[in-house]
Design a protein around this ligand. Structure first.
Ligand code: FAD
Length: 613
């Protein structure tokens, strides 16, 4: 309910900012035009007034989209809240199993739909190292198309193409330059870990990351049009030597060219294959080039105070984001004690990292943190989902005792711990694995820093049936939800009556990753009434390994047939159903497809979490 109120307040805030902006803009226009007529001056020109109008339209359009999505989210939260209240005390939730035909159809064909038939999260790969990224969903593609269309039409509209070439080029140069600048504001906002739109709109960081990439491409394109329009018009008017002279003698022209060149280099160094293969190199170069762009464009705009104001907004947004990260780092890690971590190797090239927090903080489902280990990877940070969190109640410091945190006597509260499961890749995670492997019993203690927590919490309490799919290390995202829902069922605070966890792993050894936490969950009051676990072992060494421990925890060889699993659960569905997935792209796409194909038969929501962007 509090989330609902906060979202409502933010919406009011957005509306107020919008009305203030419009009023200020109108007042400015009125005063400019009266000045214009009284003093008989040419400035502001018609072109600059047009630019102001387009800038206003641009931000109004964006704010309208934000407001519309926020309203939708508020309505959705309201529905979920009411559904939880209505269903909390009952197993008969039949009303909520029925789909709303129109909404279900929209979910099937727009909200959950991949761009084409099935593929969304499965990456296009040439090899394990060369990754060409993923396709957007249909909804994302529609939004991007609209955004691109808005930019293209702002560039073309109100340019009188019948006029002489020089005038057309001048207007085009002007308009594309302004658009390139104003697009930088959403571009920078989308890139931030502390982007407030993540929790206002309930949209995940990886979606904003996708938008960041596309907005970036638009900025580069518009900067190129701007530069080319100037170059062509100058060459046509006075020849190439004038271009050379302008570059030598005009700071404005030189800095403009530097800005555009830096943007083009950013574009060239950021394809998916480069990003994924050399993430740290990409990131550092990307930030350095972005700083060059900002400095160059700032100098370039020395005669354009209005556009400089937008750039101030860009710098402020970036500065705010970086400051928030720093504040989070300092606050989370420098208290009476310091943040330390115990890293232990696990079977199947994985690590369990138990972080002792300098300051306890509350962790909710869906949270992830950025982990820094300066002795392993300097200042770089990596995101990992919080698989488990505990209030430490031990007499002795558990990390010093090298024991899992759940196995000791509890005497008095000390500090909080969070645990992460990390799959070994080829960079930081590989280095850390090697260090831990060389430690006594495959274990080391290191100083660490935590930034965050980040991530949006999916409220699953209102669903009668919750089905969670995890592939490999994707289980780290699902364990907290299982714990939270089983706990809620035991306390009678959730509508959930059925929880089905489907975990696909290569070997039974991987069960060790979450063994201590699963033991806790399996021991929770009334767990047997609500939770079933289906384990699929894709590469068992022998059939003897496949043994189901109980009727509610079953093990199967091979890959699951997602469609069949979902069909069985839908046939026995209680209330509304949530299907969530965190794992490989193929698994996500299969689950998405199975959910979409049942939209018109049953009330099912689909939630996807991905570990890459
Ligand atoms: C929200 C989120 C939660 C995650 N949770 C987990 C988890 O619980 N357990 C787990 O094992 N993995 C998780 N990951 C993935 C994990 O962050 C990467 O596997 C890890 O950063 C790879 O580090 P590396 O240097 O060894 O990677 P490399 O071997 O260099 O690269 C492997 C892949 O990881 C990506 N990557 C590398 N560094 C980063 C970074 N700093 N930020 C984002 N992506 C990066 C690369 O683009 C590449 O695709 C999560 C990722 C995200 C985005």
């Amino acid at each position: 309910m509090s989330t609902l109120l906060i979202r409502g307040q933010v919406l009011v805030l957005v509306a107020s900012i919008y009305s203030l902006a419009v009023r200020a803009e109108t007042a400015h226009e009125q005063s400019s035009s009266s000045k214009h007529s009284v003093e008989g001056k040419d400035d502001p020109t018609i072109a600059s007034l047009e630019n102001q109008r387009f800038t206003k339209f641009f931000f109004v359009a964006l704010l309208s989209v934000v407001a519309a999505i926020a309203c939708y989210q508020i309505a959705l939260q309201g529905v979920r809240y009411l559904r939880t209240l209505v269903c909390m005390g009952t197993t008969s939730q039949r009303y909520f199993t029925r789909p709303h035909k129109l909404f279900a159809s929209m979910k099937q064909h727009i909200f959950y739909a991949p761009l084409f038939s099935v593929r969304h999260n499965q990456e296009f790969r040439l090899s394990s190292a060369i990754n060409f990224g993923t396709l957007p969903t249909r909804f994302q593609a529609l939004f991007l198309l609209g955004y691109l269309g808005m930019n293209a039409s702002f560039c073309a509209v109100s340019i009188d193409w019948s006029k002489d070439r020089q005038t057309v080029l001048e207007t085009l140069r002007n308009r594309s330059g302004v658009l390139s600048i104003i697009n930088m504001l959403p571009l920078v906002l989308m890139a931030g870990r502390n982007n407030p739109l993540i929790w206002i709109l309930g949209i995940s960081f990886d979606t904003y990351n996708l938008l960041h990439r596309w907005f970036g491409r638009i900025v580069v394109l518009e900067a190129l049009v701007h530069t080319l329009a100037w170059t062509i018009s100058t060459v046509e008017k006075s020849g190439w030597p004038t271009v050379g002279t302008a570059l030598k003698h005009s700071n404005m022209i030189l800095t403009g060219l530097i800005g555009t060149a830096a943007l083009v280099v950013i574009f060239l160094q950021s394809p998916s294959a480069v990003r994924h293969a050399f993430y740290e190199v990409f990131l550092h170069l990307h930030i350095a080039l972005a700083i060059v762009v900002i400095i160059a464009v700032w100098a370039h705009l020395h005669r354009c105070p209005r556009e400089r104001q937008v750039l101030v907004g860009v710098i402020a947004a970036w500065g705010f984001e970086r400051t928030m990260r720093l504040v989070s780092l300092v606050y989370r890690n420098f208290g009476q004690s310091k943040t330390t971590a115990m890293v232990e190797t696990l079977p199947g090239d994985a690590l369990r990292i138990t972080v002792k927090l300098a300051r306890p903080f509350s962790i909710v489902t869906g949270h992830y943190v950025y982990l820094y280990m300066p002795t392993v990877a300097w200042w770089t940070s990596h995101p990992f989902s919080v698989a488990w969190s505990e209030e430490q109640l031990d007499e002795e410091d558990s990390i010093q005792k090298d024991e899992p945190i759940l196995q000791r006597n509890s005497l008095e509260p000390r500090s909080s711990y969070i645990s992460l499961i990390v799959r070994r890749r080829t960079g930081f995670t590989d280095k850390l694995f090697q260090r831990a492997e060389a430690g006594v019993h495959g274990r080391i203690h290191v100083n660490a820093l935590i930034e965050g927590p980040y991530g949006r919490q999916q409220d699953l309490h209102s669903y009668g049936t919750v089905m969670l799919f995890a592939g490999g290390v994707g289980i780290t995202h699902q364990v907290p939800y299982v714990r939270n829902l089983v706990e809620g069922f035991g306390n009678g605070t959730v509508a959930t009556r059925k929880i089905i966890l489907v975990w696909i792993i290569q070997s039974p050894e991987h069960l060790e990753w979450i063994r201590p936490w699963m033991t806790t969950i399996l021991g929770m009051p009334r767990r047997r009434e609500v939770l079933r676990i289906l384990l699929f072992i894709t590469r068992p060494r022998s059939t003897k390994e496949i043994q189901s421990p109980s009727a509610t925890v079953q093990m199967f060889p091979g890959r699951p047939n997602i469609d069949t699993l979902l069909r069985i659960e839908v046939e026995n569905q209680i209330g509304a159903m949530a299907v969530t997935v965190c794992g490989t792209g193929t698994l996500s796409d299969d689950v998405r497809q199975a959910v979409r194909s049942r939209q018109l038969k049953s009330n099912i929501d689909f939630i996807e979490e991905s570990f890459s962007w």
